[in-house]
Design a protein around this ligand. Sequence first.
Ligand code: KIV
Length: 262
Amino acid sequence: MISINHLYAKQQAGEKLTMLTCYDYSSARIMNQSDIEMILVGDSAAMVMHGENSTLPIDVDTMAQHVKAVAKGAPDKFIIGDMPFLSYRKSLDENMTAVEKLMKAGAHAIKLEGVAGNEDLIKHIVESGVPVMGHLGLTPQSVNQFGGFKVQGKSSDERVRIINEAKKLESLGCFSVVLECVPDELTQELVQHIDMISIGIGAGSAVDGQVLVMQDMLGFSSQFSPKFLRRYLNTEQLFLEAFNAFAKDTREQNYPDDSEQY
Ligand code: KIV
């Protein structure tokens, strides 16, 4: 089982860390056999699992179900449960109930986006024994404020703000931060100011590790092609070939054959 101490040790040794998103038991079972250290049960589940056009619609109970399925499939990995939109902007009671649901479903840490207004809560979660991963740059839950999924931190004001936010997250006790879609120069400067584990997605190579959405890196969709994405499979094509082969075999009465029936 990969613990937070394994992650720190790898970071200290200068070894790059790896994280992928995952939302279901069957994929988690395969991921558990891989060299990936961390699994993020991200709120991107709203988009890739439930077909929404943003991460906003998913709720805590649905996220907890995804965490539970992944925890069953990947007992050896460090699992981070993503706090969904507004689930950590309510009363302390409600916020902590959301944390509790994700942790009791099997997460080893939680992730939440941004800093402003979250300071007391982050401290409280950390003091409750729950590791917190921050998320800065393109924070998808703020898509309506950004006016789309756009690269952040391009101006010097924004760069200074994001670096200060990272420092703040660290001072509040976060063990890690995800940096999403920011220029590489910003990342290079930011990592000079923090010791916590930095994980990037579209944030260049200066980070301690990289994260990708599983469906994106497996090529489930040929339509989603951000600059940072490297596809390791063409799953869309592979699935289509398999689906069509099954349809053909069935129509041509090649399936089932003698060995495939009782
Ligand atoms: O929900 C998610 O998949 C994420 C990653 C993009 C970091 O937050």
